[in-house]
Design a protein. Sequence first.
Length: 140
Amino acid sequence: MSADAVEILSPEQSWELLEGSVLGRLAVSADGMPDVFPVNIYAANGKVLFRTTEGTKLADLAANNNAVIEADSFTSRIGWSVVAKGRARILVDPAEIDAAENSPLRTWVWPKKTINVELDVTQITGRRFIFGSDPEREIT
């Protein structure tokens, strides 16, 4: 992949892509051990919302609320990746829970996820890729 095949996206471009995503990966770290979970997401207004249930994600976030959401998409010719870093918190205020429950966020699998978690994004980065052959690896 040549250097011009990777485009660094602005924060605004990164947010636009993230806001159009419904699936991401939550990365957390507790006790020095990283973990990654697929999560359905809804991104807007500098925040990313996801739902979960009791388990490893919540335990990890309780130990260390610094988290990352990564989302991406690709075809056979192009792709992009966005990484949003911030602090996660479980929503407990009834008004916030009501707003989260009425958001466009939809989970895909059971059991029903009833705990709303919000990532307050402090840093967002993104890259777009144009796929092609790698001239240094081509066999002639």
